[in-house]
Design a protein around this ligand. Structure first.
Ligand code: PMP
Length: 368
């Protein structure tokens, strides 16, 4: 271990949840529900499933290493050349490609406190410095959200990348059009701004920007989105980046030749075409968010107002034991102490009956 880069030695690995079957066996429970990883409770589009089935016979062959059909589909959607699209094995892989291509020891990346857990991993893995900006305080209108001024002031001559999550996970906070545009104008042009929009499709807040409109004005902007959330394809691992030609060309140089697989590419194209599934997923999430937020208010539980498909709820005490007790009730949520929020639990918004079950379990656990 001592031979590894210092940055790697200091890393805390990403903590994935245990497989459901394993958990159920350990706890002696059955029929638990997982509201822990911000997946789509409706699952994928039936059209995406059909596309996967249609491709199964082809898995002996390597996939299209350039993802031609999917890039063409995305290029149409964003009205850019296909050469400006980067496909990744999940949008996480795009974040990693960024780190490998732009970071190294003696360079740094800036991101916010309470931001997505993969940023420190990819940065430290290449020996670069992670400069973590203080976030908004708990009483701010966007509690624990990104403070773009604080982030901008951490940028120095060695900064090559800034990660902005809009909205952010696990806070669900977001940045408006003026804030993002002002930030883009302020960041030096030799610093890549990664605008991580994994939850883009869920957001209904007025003034939430589609940052793709700034791609032409800012060649240092890379937006990333994913098929893991609204499209319900987390298990297939596929996401994408949209940027200027130069950034896409750089990312393409470091990626593995067949980084996205056959089934994922086909499912993704079909998922983009199923706009009904997307709007139904947005509707179910909107209603579910209201259901869970109302339940919190009725119980006097604080929460971080979220525009994503999850809500981080303040347990008013150390949340780890509450998480453990919920597990024994068969409800799997996510403790976020590792994100610097030890009293909060993040729950993914499910279908109405799943939210009801979460709320009932929470009542039981908090009473005990
Ligand atoms: N960014 C954010 C903010 C996320 O919450 C996630 C998923 N947890 C991702 C990126 C990565 O998702 P994926 O790799 O599945 O596309």
């Amino acid at each position: 271990r001592a031979l590894a880069l210092a940055g790697v030695q200091n890393l805390t690995p990403y903590q994935p949840g245990k497989p459901i079957e394993e958990l159920e066996r350990e706890l002696g429970i059955r029929e638990s529900i997982k509201l822990a990883s911000n997946e789509n409770p409706l699952g994928p589009s039936p059209k995406a499933l059909e596309a996967v089935r249609a491709q199964l016979g082809g898995i002996a062959l390597y996939p299209d290493g350039n993802g031609f059909a999917l890039k063409r589909r995305l290029a149409e959607q964003f009205d850019v050349a296909p050469s400006r699209i980067t496909l990744g094995n999940g949008s996480n892989e795009i974040l990693e490609l960024v780190a490998r291509a732009y970071l190294a020891p003696a360079r740094n990346a800036v991101f916010s406190a309470h931001a997505f857990a993969v940023y420190p991993i990819v940065v430290q893995a290449v020996g670069a410095e992670a400069r973590v900006a203080p976030a908004n305080g708990p009483d701010h209108a966007m509690p624990y959200g990104h403070d773009l001024d604080a982030m901008a002031s951490l940028i120095n001559a060695d900064t090559r990348v800034v990660f902005v999550a809009n909205p952010n996970n696990p806070t669900g906070t977001w940045l408006d059009e003026d804030a993002v545009h002002g930030f883009l104008k302020r960041v030096p042009e030799d610093v890549l701004v990664v605008m991580d929009e994994a939850y883009f499709e869920y957001v209904e807040a007025d003034g939430y920007p589609d940052s793709s409109r700034w791609l032409d004005a800012f060649p240092n902007l890379l937006l990333t989105r994913t098929f893991s959330k609204i499209h319900g394809l987390a298990g297939l691992r596929i996401g994408y980046g949209v940027s200027g030609e130069a950034v896409a060309d750089i990312l393409n140089r470091v990626r593995q030749p067949f980084n996205t697989n056959l089934l994922a590419q086909a499912a993704a194209v079909a998922a983009l075409d199923d706009t009904d599934h997307v709007s139904e997923s947005v509707r179910v999430n909107r209603e579910g968010l209201v259901q869970v937020m109302d339940a919190c208010r009725e119980r006097g539980l604080g929460f971080i107002p979220s525009v994503g498909n999850f809500l981080s709820i303040d347990m008013g005490r150390e949340a780890g034991p509450v998480y453990q007790a919920l597990l024994r009730e068969g409800v799997i949520v996510r403790p976020i102490a590792g994100y610097g929020l030890p009293n909060h639990l993040r729950v993914t918004i499910g279908r109405a009956h799943e939210n009801t079950r979460f709320i009932a379990a929470l009542d039981k656990v908090l009473r005990a």
